[in-house]
Design a protein around this ligand. Structure first.
Ligand code: ATP
Ligand code: MG
Length: 198
C-alpha cells in the first residue's frame, strides 16, 4: 500500500506523521517492512534517520529513501509488499508525482482555522476518486479552535480520520529517534487499513 502525506502548508506534521505511521506498520507486522520515500527537498525524513543513526539508534524495519520524479513513478510499477509512505513536498510536479501512485492521501492539519483553509485547498487539488482524508494533528482538544475545526470539517463533509493526534511533547521530542511509543498513530494506521479493506 502506498500512502502519501501531503499539504501545501509547511510545518503541519507531514514528516512526523510519515515516521510514526511507518513505525506503527512495522510494529503491527514485525515480518513486514515500511519504506518512507522522502520527496521533500528539505529532506527532513532522511535527516531524522541520519540523526538517529548518529545517536546509535536505527529505525528498525523502517527504511528512508530519497525520492524524485523517477523513483515515484517506479513506485507504481514496482509496488512493495509492505507499506510505502511518501513524505510529499508542498507543491509542483513532485507533489503531483507523489499523489499519483498513492492508494490513499493523508492531509494533516493542526486545529487552527487558518491551517484548515490550506488543508481544504490541498484536498481540492487531489484528483477526484483518489481516496483522501484530513488528519487532525497537534490537537489541543479542550480548545474552541479544536471544536471549530471539527465542526467545519463535518459541516463540509470533508473526509477525516476519527482519530485525532494530540499535541504531545513526546512526539515533538521524537525527531532523530526511533519513537518509543506510537501514541494515536497506531489507531490512525488501524483506520487506514480498515479503509483500504472496505
Ligand atoms: N503531535 C505533535 N505534538 C507536538 N508537536 C508535534 C506533533 N507533531 C509534530 N510536531 C512538531 O511540529 C513541528 C512540525 O512537524 P513536521 O516537521 O513533522 O512538519 P512538516 O509538515 O513535515 O514540516 P515541513 O513543511 O517543514 O516539512 C515539528 O517541530 C514537530 O516535532
Ligand atoms: Mg517535513
Amino acid at each position: 500500500m502506498i500512502v502519501t502525506i501531503a499539504n501545501a502548508k509547511g510545518g503541519v506534521a507531514k514528516t512526523t506523521s510519515a515516521l510514526f505511521l511507518a513505525m506503527a506498520w512495522t510494529c503491527r507486522r514485525p515480518d513486514s517492512k515500511a519504506v518512507i520515500l522522502d520527496a521533500d527537498p528539505q529532506s527532513s525524513a532522511s535527516l531524522w534517520r541520519d540523526i538517529a543513526e548518529d545517536n546509535g539508534e536505527t529505525l528498525g524495519s523502517v527504511d528512508v529513501r530519497p525520492a524524485n520524479l523517477s523513483t515515484l513513478q517506479r513506485a507504481v510499477k514496482h509496488p512493495t509488499d509492505g507499506l510505502t509512505v511518501v513524505d510529499a513536498p508542498p507543491q509542483g510536479r513532485l507533489l503531483e508525482a507523489a499523489i499519483t501512485p498513492a492508494d490513499f492521501v493523508i492531509v494533516p492539519t493542526s486545529d487552527s482555522p487558518l491551517d484548515l483553509q490550506q488543508a481544504w485547498a490541498t484536498m481540492n487539488s487531489i484528483p477526484e476518486g483518489k481516496p483522501a482524508a484530513v488528519l487532525i494533528v497537534r490537537a489541543e482538544t479542550n480548545t474552541r479552535a479544536y471544536q471549530a475545526t471539527i465542526d467545519a470539517l463535518d459541516r463540509n463533509r470533508t473526509p477525516r480520520f476519527d482519530t485525532v493526534v494530540r499535541k504531545r511533547q513526546d512526539i515533538k521530542a521524537a525527531m532523530g529517534h526511533k519513537p518509543a511509543k506510537l501514541w494515536e498513530y497506531a489507531q490512525v494506521l488501524a483506520e487506514l487499513t480498515e479503509e483500504e479493506q472496505a
